[in-house]
Design a protein around this ligand. Structure first.
Ligand code: MN
Ligand code: MN
Length: 265
Protein backbone atom coordinates (compact mmCIF):
# COMPACT_ATOMS: atom_id res chain seq x y z
CA UNK A 1 0.00 0.00 0.00
CA UNK A 2 1.31 3.42 -0.84
CA UNK A 3 0.47 6.44 1.25
CA UNK A 4 1.38 9.95 0.18
CA UNK A 5 2.47 12.37 2.89
CA UNK A 6 2.24 15.95 1.69
CA UNK A 7 5.81 16.96 2.35
CA UNK A 8 9.11 16.29 0.67
CA UNK A 9 11.67 13.83 2.02
CA UNK A 10 14.20 16.67 1.76
CA UNK A 11 13.43 20.39 1.64
CA UNK A 12 14.08 21.98 -1.72
CA UNK A 13 15.11 25.61 -2.16
CA UNK A 14 15.96 27.15 -5.52
CA UNK A 15 17.55 30.62 -5.53
CA UNK A 16 17.53 31.45 -9.22
CA UNK A 17 15.73 29.13 -11.66
CA UNK A 18 17.86 27.87 -14.56
CA UNK A 19 15.71 26.24 -17.29
CA UNK A 20 18.69 24.65 -19.00
CA UNK A 21 19.74 23.05 -15.74
CA UNK A 22 16.13 21.97 -15.18
CA UNK A 23 16.40 20.11 -18.47
CA UNK A 24 19.59 18.36 -17.27
CA UNK A 25 17.81 17.36 -14.06
CA UNK A 26 15.28 15.39 -16.10
CA UNK A 27 17.99 12.77 -16.59
CA UNK A 28 17.31 11.76 -12.97
CA UNK A 29 13.53 12.02 -13.40
CA UNK A 30 12.76 10.07 -16.57
CA UNK A 31 16.24 8.84 -17.55
CA UNK A 32 17.81 5.38 -17.67
CA UNK A 33 19.47 5.75 -14.26
CA UNK A 34 16.87 8.06 -12.82
CA UNK A 35 14.62 7.81 -9.80
CA UNK A 36 11.57 6.31 -11.54
CA UNK A 37 13.71 3.56 -13.03
CA UNK A 38 15.20 2.83 -9.60
CA UNK A 39 11.79 2.89 -7.88
CA UNK A 40 10.25 0.52 -10.44
CA UNK A 41 13.25 -1.81 -10.63
CA UNK A 42 13.49 -2.41 -6.87
CA UNK A 43 9.74 -2.47 -6.20
CA UNK A 44 9.06 -5.01 -8.95
CA UNK A 45 12.05 -7.11 -7.92
CA UNK A 46 10.54 -6.94 -4.42
CA UNK A 47 7.16 -8.16 -5.70
CA UNK A 48 8.92 -11.17 -7.23
CA UNK A 49 11.19 -11.84 -4.24
CA UNK A 50 10.59 -14.98 -2.18
CA UNK A 51 13.23 -14.14 0.44
CA UNK A 52 11.22 -12.19 3.06
CA UNK A 53 14.22 -10.29 4.50
CA UNK A 54 15.55 -9.03 1.21
CA UNK A 55 12.04 -8.42 -0.11
CA UNK A 56 11.56 -6.02 2.80
CA UNK A 57 14.76 -4.19 1.83
CA UNK A 58 13.80 -4.02 -1.87
CA UNK A 59 10.38 -2.56 -1.01
CA UNK A 60 11.91 -0.05 1.46
CA UNK A 61 14.47 1.21 -1.02
CA UNK A 62 12.03 1.12 -3.95
CA UNK A 63 9.66 3.30 -1.94
CA UNK A 64 12.45 5.71 -0.97
CA UNK A 65 13.28 6.08 -4.68
CA UNK A 66 9.71 7.25 -5.29
CA UNK A 67 10.35 9.94 -2.67
CA UNK A 68 13.53 10.85 -4.55
CA UNK A 69 11.47 11.10 -7.76
CA UNK A 70 9.26 13.61 -5.98
CA UNK A 71 12.29 15.67 -4.90
CA UNK A 72 13.90 15.68 -8.36
CA UNK A 73 10.54 16.41 -10.00
CA UNK A 74 10.00 19.36 -7.64
CA UNK A 75 13.52 20.68 -8.25
CA UNK A 76 13.21 20.31 -12.03
CA UNK A 77 9.83 21.98 -12.04
CA UNK A 78 11.18 24.98 -10.12
CA UNK A 79 14.02 25.34 -12.62
CA UNK A 80 11.76 24.86 -15.65
CA UNK A 81 9.04 27.25 -14.53
CA UNK A 82 10.31 30.33 -16.44
CA UNK A 83 9.53 28.37 -19.62
CA UNK A 84 5.86 28.97 -19.02
CA UNK A 85 6.17 32.65 -19.94
CA UNK A 86 9.59 33.47 -21.30
CA UNK A 87 10.44 32.74 -24.94
CA UNK A 88 14.16 32.79 -24.07
CA UNK A 89 13.64 30.20 -21.33
CA UNK A 90 11.41 28.11 -23.59
CA UNK A 91 14.23 27.69 -26.06
CA UNK A 92 16.12 25.59 -23.49
CA UNK A 93 13.72 22.75 -24.32
CA UNK A 94 10.85 23.26 -26.77
CA UNK A 95 9.41 19.83 -25.96
CA UNK A 96 8.87 20.82 -22.34
CA UNK A 97 7.82 24.37 -23.14
CA UNK A 98 5.38 23.69 -25.99
CA UNK A 99 4.15 20.14 -25.41
CA UNK A 100 4.56 20.04 -21.64
CA UNK A 101 3.63 23.59 -20.67
CA UNK A 102 6.85 24.08 -18.68
CA UNK A 103 6.26 21.14 -16.39
CA UNK A 104 8.14 17.89 -15.94
CA UNK A 105 7.34 14.84 -18.05
CA UNK A 106 8.72 11.34 -18.10
CA UNK A 107 11.54 12.16 -20.47
CA UNK A 108 15.29 12.19 -20.07
CA UNK A 109 17.46 15.25 -20.66
CA UNK A 110 17.45 14.54 -24.41
CA UNK A 111 13.66 14.27 -24.64
CA UNK A 112 13.55 10.47 -24.94
CA UNK A 113 10.48 8.94 -23.32
CA UNK A 114 10.96 6.81 -20.22
CA UNK A 115 10.75 3.11 -20.95
CA UNK A 116 10.44 -0.12 -18.96
CA UNK A 117 13.37 -1.30 -21.08
CA UNK A 118 15.56 0.59 -18.59
CA UNK A 119 14.69 -1.95 -15.88
CA UNK A 120 16.81 -4.96 -15.01
CA UNK A 121 14.60 -7.59 -13.41
CA UNK A 122 15.78 -11.18 -13.79
CA UNK A 123 13.89 -13.02 -11.06
CA UNK A 124 17.22 -14.29 -9.67
CA UNK A 125 17.87 -12.43 -6.41
CA UNK A 126 21.67 -12.31 -6.44
CA UNK A 127 21.73 -11.31 -10.12
CA UNK A 128 19.19 -8.56 -9.43
CA UNK A 129 21.22 -7.29 -6.47
CA UNK A 130 24.29 -6.97 -8.70
CA UNK A 131 22.22 -4.93 -11.17
CA UNK A 132 21.07 -2.73 -8.30
CA UNK A 133 24.61 -2.09 -7.05
CA UNK A 134 25.59 -1.01 -10.58
CA UNK A 135 22.43 1.12 -10.92
CA UNK A 136 23.26 2.98 -7.69
CA UNK A 137 26.81 3.61 -8.91
CA UNK A 138 25.41 5.10 -12.13
CA UNK A 139 22.89 7.24 -10.24
CA UNK A 140 25.69 8.48 -7.96
CA UNK A 141 27.92 9.59 -10.83
CA UNK A 142 25.04 11.33 -12.64
CA UNK A 143 24.23 13.30 -9.45
CA UNK A 144 27.88 14.22 -9.09
CA UNK A 145 27.94 15.60 -12.64
CA UNK A 146 24.75 17.55 -12.00
CA UNK A 147 26.31 19.02 -8.83
CA UNK A 148 29.41 20.00 -10.82
CA UNK A 149 27.26 21.82 -13.39
CA UNK A 150 25.13 23.63 -10.80
CA UNK A 151 25.61 27.17 -9.44
CA UNK A 152 22.61 27.31 -7.15
CA UNK A 153 23.46 26.47 -3.48
CA UNK A 154 19.94 25.29 -2.60
CA UNK A 155 19.83 22.94 -5.59
CA UNK A 156 23.32 21.65 -4.84
CA UNK A 157 22.28 20.91 -1.27
CA UNK A 158 19.30 18.77 -2.37
CA UNK A 159 21.41 16.98 -4.98
CA UNK A 160 24.07 16.24 -2.34
CA UNK A 161 21.35 14.58 -0.22
CA UNK A 162 20.13 12.48 -3.17
CA UNK A 163 23.67 11.53 -4.19
CA UNK A 164 24.48 10.43 -0.64
CA UNK A 165 21.40 8.22 -0.41
CA UNK A 166 22.49 6.34 -3.54
CA UNK A 167 25.72 5.36 -1.79
CA UNK A 168 23.64 4.28 1.21
CA UNK A 169 21.60 2.04 -1.09
CA UNK A 170 24.73 0.72 -2.74
CA UNK A 171 26.00 -0.30 0.70
CA UNK A 172 22.69 -2.00 1.58
CA UNK A 173 22.52 -3.95 -1.70
CA UNK A 174 26.16 -4.99 -1.35
CA UNK A 175 25.62 -6.23 2.21
CA UNK A 176 22.45 -8.05 1.12
CA UNK A 177 24.35 -9.77 -1.70
CA UNK A 178 27.26 -10.74 0.55
CA UNK A 179 24.91 -12.05 3.24
CA UNK A 180 23.53 -14.59 0.74
CA UNK A 181 26.91 -16.31 1.24
CA UNK A 182 27.27 -17.26 -2.42
CA UNK A 183 30.61 -17.63 -4.13
CA UNK A 184 31.27 -14.48 -6.18
CA UNK A 185 31.31 -16.34 -9.49
CA UNK A 186 28.53 -18.77 -8.74
CA UNK A 187 25.51 -17.65 -10.77
CA UNK A 188 22.56 -20.00 -11.16
CA UNK A 189 23.05 -23.76 -10.81
CA UNK A 190 24.84 -25.04 -13.92
CA UNK A 191 28.60 -24.98 -13.40
CA UNK A 192 30.85 -23.39 -16.03
CA UNK A 193 33.10 -25.67 -18.09
CA UNK A 194 36.39 -26.32 -16.23
CA UNK A 195 39.49 -25.13 -18.08
CA UNK A 196 37.57 -22.96 -20.53
CA UNK A 197 36.38 -20.78 -17.67
CA UNK A 198 40.00 -19.78 -16.87
CA UNK A 199 41.10 -19.04 -20.45
CA UNK A 200 41.71 -15.40 -21.33
CA UNK A 201 41.52 -14.91 -25.08
CA UNK A 202 44.09 -12.34 -26.19
CA UNK A 203 41.90 -11.07 -29.02
CA UNK A 204 43.61 -7.76 -29.68
CA UNK A 205 47.21 -7.84 -30.76
CA UNK A 206 49.81 -5.64 -32.40
CA UNK A 207 51.06 -2.17 -31.52
CA UNK A 208 48.63 0.70 -32.11
CA UNK A 209 49.44 4.13 -33.49
CA UNK A 210 48.26 5.71 -30.22
CA UNK A 211 50.65 3.56 -28.19
CA UNK A 212 48.11 0.81 -27.48
CA UNK A 213 49.73 -2.10 -25.72
CA UNK A 214 49.09 -5.76 -25.07
CA UNK A 215 48.56 -5.58 -21.34
CA UNK A 216 48.80 -8.03 -18.50
CA UNK A 217 47.05 -7.69 -15.17
CA UNK A 218 45.05 -9.66 -12.63
CA UNK A 219 42.28 -9.94 -15.25
CA UNK A 220 44.39 -12.30 -17.34
CA UNK A 221 47.51 -13.24 -15.38
CA UNK A 222 48.18 -15.08 -12.11
CA UNK A 223 46.05 -17.63 -10.29
CA UNK A 224 44.39 -20.05 -12.68
CA UNK A 225 44.49 -17.72 -15.67
CA UNK A 226 45.78 -19.09 -18.93
CA UNK A 227 46.34 -16.66 -21.78
CA UNK A 228 45.29 -18.04 -25.15
CA UNK A 229 46.83 -16.06 -27.97
CA UNK A 230 44.47 -14.83 -30.69
CA UNK A 231 42.30 -17.94 -30.98
CA UNK A 232 40.54 -16.62 -34.09
CA UNK A 233 43.85 -16.06 -35.89
CA UNK A 234 45.03 -19.51 -34.85
CA UNK A 235 41.97 -20.97 -36.49
CA UNK A 236 42.52 -19.06 -39.69
CA UNK A 237 39.39 -16.99 -39.24
CA UNK A 238 41.03 -13.97 -40.84
CA UNK A 239 41.61 -15.92 -44.04
CA UNK A 240 38.10 -17.35 -43.92
CA UNK A 241 36.40 -13.99 -43.45
CA UNK A 242 38.25 -12.56 -46.45
CA UNK A 243 36.58 -15.21 -48.61
CA UNK A 244 33.17 -14.75 -47.05
CA UNK A 245 30.86 -11.83 -47.67
CA UNK A 246 29.19 -10.12 -44.72
CA UNK A 247 25.81 -11.60 -45.67
CA UNK A 248 26.64 -15.29 -45.39
CA UNK A 249 29.40 -15.21 -42.80
CA UNK A 250 29.63 -18.37 -40.72
CA UNK A 251 31.36 -18.56 -37.34
CA UNK A 252 35.01 -19.54 -37.67
CA UNK A 253 34.70 -22.40 -35.21
CA UNK A 254 32.06 -24.05 -37.36
CA UNK A 255 34.15 -23.73 -40.52
CA UNK A 256 37.27 -25.19 -38.99
CA UNK A 257 35.46 -27.88 -37.05
CA UNK A 258 36.85 -26.67 -33.76
CA UNK A 259 34.71 -26.31 -30.70
CA UNK A 260 35.60 -22.81 -29.61
CA UNK A 261 32.91 -20.33 -30.52
CA UNK A 262 33.41 -16.61 -30.57
CA UNK A 263 30.58 -14.18 -30.88
CA UNK A 264 30.43 -12.58 -34.30
CA UNK A 265 29.68 -9.12 -32.94
MN1 MN B 1 17.45 7.68 -5.66
MN1 MN C 1 19.12 4.59 -4.75
Amino acid sequence: MYHHIKKLMYTVNVGSPDPRFGNMLLEQFGGANGELAAAMQYSIQGLNCEDPDRKDMLMDIGTEELSHLEIVGTLARMHLKPMKKSRDAAEADPLIAIAGGGGVGLFNSMGDAWTADYLKITGELDVDLRSNIAAEARAKIVYERLINFCDDPGTKDALQFLMTREITHMKAFTAALESLGKDQFSIGKIRPTPGLVDEYFNDSTGAGDQGEIDSRGPWNTGGKWKIVESPELEQGAERQSEKTTAGNHKPAAEETGKTRVKKSA
